[in-house]
Each structure stands twice: as structure tokens, then as C-alpha cells.
Design a protein around this ligand. Structure first.
Ligand code: SF4
Length: 296
């Protein structure tokens, strides 16, 4: 049985290929491995920020309250998804406007459904920022894209490392798939105070995971590069769209380089999660492992 706390059913991949040291296994060839862990695609970058914090957050450690930036991000995801989803309908008369969908955003911020530490901000400030980001996205980013899927929960995908007798079951929710020049690509929305100046490499493996999950669940072939849609919550709500090439190689590696997921598998197998006090999330406010951490 999988070891973590996220609890949904495992559904192995329907294909068999070898990439680097990892093996995506056919449902009939899947071995019952001793160690099986669920890993959310969106958590992968966090492992490389601080493995000890990642282990705390993903292997059953006590969770901290959410933060204003996280609530703003989730609210913008919810409202823009509704805006884009309405545009999957060929009948333009049923398309929702930025104003129509702003209501979803306000409702989310007023009731995020989880505990929030509002220190340094408040609901009104967060709503103003989220509304600015939402409006900019609807008017400037959405019209430049033709989406095929919007906010879709993916089926779980099993990836096995035979020599370590370990399996990682990838899970995740796809933000968007887009069509350009007749080919499909994956897009992911990122919000944050410095979203537009972030290195795209930070999210490369996450996009690689979504590519694999989308090909399995949706039966599509990803040919366009991944895309990061960066939505800044400061500086007049700047936006940027950045391509991310070779995302799944970063995730799974190649003949010469170890993929990021293999590094996670090795840490899971050994139980050796080192701390990184240089992480920008290394603070009492953001790290649930703070009180018991020897590395800070
Ligand atoms: S306190 Fe710092 S070093 Fe320790 S687990 Fe948290 S982020 Fe990592």
C-alpha cells in the first residue's frame, strides 16, 4: 500500500518506456514493490528547496496555517479557471466575463476553507491584489491562448525504480492544456510577488510531470513546450508567458543525467532528508519543521 497521507487510488500508467533510471510501467507488468509513495507534481520544486521541509509537509508532518500569498494564488486559480472553462463552449453567448468570474475570487478569499495566518495583510488587501491579477489575466493572457483542458484532476501514474524496489505514484491537477499550430502543450499558472522574475527551471519538473499525467489521462500527445504563465501580485500586476523546454527530461533524466524524481526516490528509500537553511522558505512562518530542525 502507498505510504503517504493523500489517500486516492493508485492507477498505474498504460505505457511502458524507460527514461533514464526510471521505468513507467504497463498496468500488467507493474510489480508490487515494497515501498510506494504518492508525490504531488506541485510539490517537486519544494524538495529541491529543502528536502527536510518537503518530507515534513508530504510525509505526515503537522501543517502550518495557509498564508495570504497562497490564498491569493488559489483564488486566482479558481476564478480564471471559471473564465477559461466557459470559453471551451463554442457558443460565445455563454462566455463569462472578467467581472462575472471576479465574484468567485472574492468568495474564495472570504472563505478559503482552511486556516489562514493573515499577519501582514488582511482579506480586503488580498482581494484587491487578487482582483488586479485576475483582471490582467483575463484581458491580456487568456485571449492569446486556445485552451483544450482547464483545471483537470489527473489519474495517478506509477513510476518504478527496480534496483531500489521503490515506486513513486505521481498525482496532480493540470492547470491548462493549450493548442498552438495544431499541437498540444501544458501550461501552468504561477502567482507571487516576484513571479515574473523567477527562474523557469524551478518549475520544470512539475511541468514534466503534468505532461506525463496528461498524456496518460487525456490520451493526447504533448508536442509544444511547457509554458509558465507568471502573474505578479506586485508592480501593477505584471504578466509574462515563458516557454519551458525538455521538462520531462528534467523530471526523469536521460542516459547521462539523473532526473529530479530519481533524487526524490533515493531520499525516500534512504529516509535521509537533509535541511537547507538557505531556502527562502526557511522561516518559522513557512516551515512546519522549524521547531525540531537541527539545520537552521
Ligand atoms: S527550518 Fe529551514 S532547514 Fe530546517 S527543515 Fe525548515 S526550511 Fe529546511
Amino acid at each position: 500500500m502507498p505510504h503517504d497521507v493523500h489517500g486516492s487510488e493508485t492507477r498505474p500508467c498504460q505505457i511502458q518506456i524507460l527514461v533514464g533510471q526510471a521505468s513507467l510501467v504497463h498496468v500488467h507488468d507493474r510489480k508490487e514493490l515494497l515501498d510506494s509513495y504518492r508525490v504531488r507534481a506541485s510539490s517537486i520544486a519544494g524538495f529541491f528547496s529543502c528536502p527536510a521541509q518537503w518530507a515534513h509537509n508530504n510525509l505526515g508532518g503537522e501543517r502550518l496555517p495557509s498564508t495570504p500569498p497562497a490564498v491569493i494564488g488559489s483564488a486566482v486559480h479558481a476564478s480564471t479557471a471559471e473564465f477559461d472553462r466557459s470559453r471551451l463552449d463554442k457558443n460565445k453567448a455563454r462566455w463569462l466575463t472578467a467581472d462575472d468570474t471576479a465574484e468567485i475570487l472574492i468568495q474564495y478569499i472570504q472563505d478559503p476553507g482552511e486556516e489562514v495566518d493573515w499577519t501582514g495583510s488582511n482579506i480586503e488587501k488580498a482581494a484587491t491584489i487578487a482582483l488586479g491579477v485576475h483582471t490582467r489575466y483575463c484581458h491580456e493572457v487568456a485571449p492569446t491562448h486556445t485552451y483544450q483542458h482547464v483545471e483537470e484532476t489527473m489519474d495517478n501514474l506509477a513510476i518504478q525504480w527496480d534496483e531500489m524496489d521503490i515506486e513513486i505514484v505521481l498525482t496532480g491537477t493540470l492547470d491548462r492544456s493549450y493548442i498552438r499550430d495544431g499541437q498540444t502543450g501544458i501550461a501552468d499558472l504561477k502567482t507571487g510577488a516576484v513571479a515574473c522574475s523567477q527562474n523557469t527551471g524551478k518549475h520544470k519538473a512539475q511541468l514534466g510531470a503534468y505532461e506525463l499525467l496528461a498524456e496518460q489521462k487525456l490520451g493526447i500527445i504533448i508536442q509544444q513546450p511547457g509554458e509558465l504563465i507568471q502573474l505578479q501580485t506586485s508592480s501593477n500586476y505584471k504578466v509574462a508567458v515563458q516557454p519551458v523546454h525538455n521538462a520531462r527530461i528534467a523530471l526523469l533524466g536521460d542516459d547521462y543525467n539523473t532526473g529530479m524524481l530519481t533524487h526524490i526516490a533515493r531520499a525516500l528509500k534512504s529516509g535521509d532528508f537533509w535541511g537547507n537553511p538557505s531556502s527562502w522558505l526557511c522561516s518559522e512562518k513557512y516551515c512546519g519543521a522549524w521547531n525540531n530542525c537541527i539545520y537552521r
